[in-house]
Design a binder for this molecule. Structure first.
Ligand code: TXA
Ligand code: MG
Length: 356
């Protein structure tokens, strides 16, 4: 299949005449049952008509993704929400007021309008209204409901820039919209409003504290995400799969600043001696300490936004360089740092090293 590329001239807006025309064409492709990858403020999405079962089937096969892992439905206005859920909970209205459009996905009881191919057979549906202008325009142009997982081949890190989407999806889908680099670089927060207790199923830029503050009640994280030995499985089916795994071994190191960098210096020496190709993902303050084949520095240790923004692209770039082992410093795990730590652990197979 030939994949058409459409470049957005002004992704930050206002969208130009050419941009609107390009997005209009992509909307038509989706309406006709095709697939278009598009930018959002989190990561690139692989979009198809959420109400068309065949489009969802195509998404699963383009990604090579298990079809019991449900897709998020993207909308561009509140009116579109009404027909796809049984009713709109008060909590949804409060959170939508505060955080939509934006990097928050809410799980609610499905009315049945979204086909089970899209919802993975669940009686709930996950809905998000993205903030990105191109994304919202595309949703409007394609009839109002776009099912979109991250636009990566299943098991690879989510794509956080156009070039990574091209790497994974060229020849597999109808079109890709080039909107440059995604500002956040980590997938949306998923909050479950359909269960007994309001719970974060996947941490993201919108933190538990932000949700708790808006709702006036404490919002917790799905316990299965925090404890690998927990008897319950994660509630979001996608969090059960090993994901985001680069080919190289990822080794997160936790502890006080100096202890962490000393430890990594020592372990790098061992790895270098053993002829392994080495990588480090670290703070800008420590970057000059390390002797590694590939060094990616990402802001300071207390800045989760910068680490989150760089992480997936660093993993992909290290794969391209055939790095065998990737040491990762301990950026803050507070606030947005919880999401970074969650993705880091998943890329590392839930293990880390603690030093004093
Ligand atoms: O930021 C994002 O959310 C990006 C952009 C493209 O919007 N999308 C994204 O989609 O990350 P995906 O498919 O890679 O991740 C969707 C996650 C999966 O873990 C899936 O299991 C979960 O959402 N999910 C979808 N519907 C659900 C539901 N009804 N209940 C619980 N989890 C659900
Ligand atoms: Mg994904």
């Amino acid at each position: 299949m030939k994949t058409s590329i459409y470049k957005i001239e002004q992704p930050e807006g206002p969208l130009t005449e050419n941009d609107l025309k390009a997005i209009g064409e992509c909307g038509r492709i989706i309406k006709e049952g095709g697939l278009v990858a598009f930018p959002t403020e989190t990561v690139y999405g692989l979009g198809g008509d959420a109400l068309n079962e065949e489009s969802s089937s195509k998404i699963y096969s383009a990604k090579g993704r298990p079809s019991d892992n449900p897709l998020i439905v993207h909308i561009s206005d509140m009116a579109s929400l009404e027909s796809i859920v049984t009713d709109i909970p008060d909590e949804c209205r409060i959170l939508a007021d505060r955080f939509w459009p934006g990097p928050l996905t809410m799980v609610m009881k499905s009315s049945g309008k979204v086909p089970s191919r899209t919802t993975g057979g669940l009686d709930t549906v996950a809905v998000r209204m993205p903030d990105d202008l191109t994304a919202r325009q595309l949703i409007k142009a394609s009839g109002g409901y776009i099912a979109a997982p991250s636009a990566n081949i299943s098991g690879r890190p989510s794509p956080t820039a156009f070039k990574y989407v091209l790497e994974d999806m060229d020849g597999r889908i109808d079109a890709i919209i080039d909107g440059g680099v995604n500002p956040i670089g980590l997938e949306s927060t998923i909050v479950d409003l359909a269960g007994e207790r309001i719970m974060v199923l996947r941490p993201g830029f919108i933190t538990n504290e932000m949700l708790s503050e808006a709702l006036g009640t404490e919002v917790i994280t799905d316990p299965a995400l925090l404890d690998p030995d927990c008897k319950d499985r994660p509630k979001a089916p996608g969090m059960r799969y090993r994901h985001y795994a680069p080919r190289g071994e990822v080794r997160p190191v936790k502890g006080s600043d100096d202890a962490v960098s000393e430890y990594i210096v020592g372990e790098l020496a061992v790895a270098n001696r053993n002829g392994r190709k080495t990588g480090v993902f670290c703070s800008s303050e420590h970057a000059s300490k390390y002797d590694a084949d590939v060094i990616r520095s990402a802001g300071s240790l207390d800045d989760a936004s910068s680490a989150a923004h760089e992480f997936y692209s660093a993993l992909r770039d290290m794969d391209d360089e055939n790095v065998d082992v990737i040491f990762v410093e301990n950026f803050t795990d507070r606030g947005f740092g919880e999401a970074f730590w969650n993705r880091l652990l998943r890329s590392a197979g839930s293990k880390w090293e603690e030093v004093k």
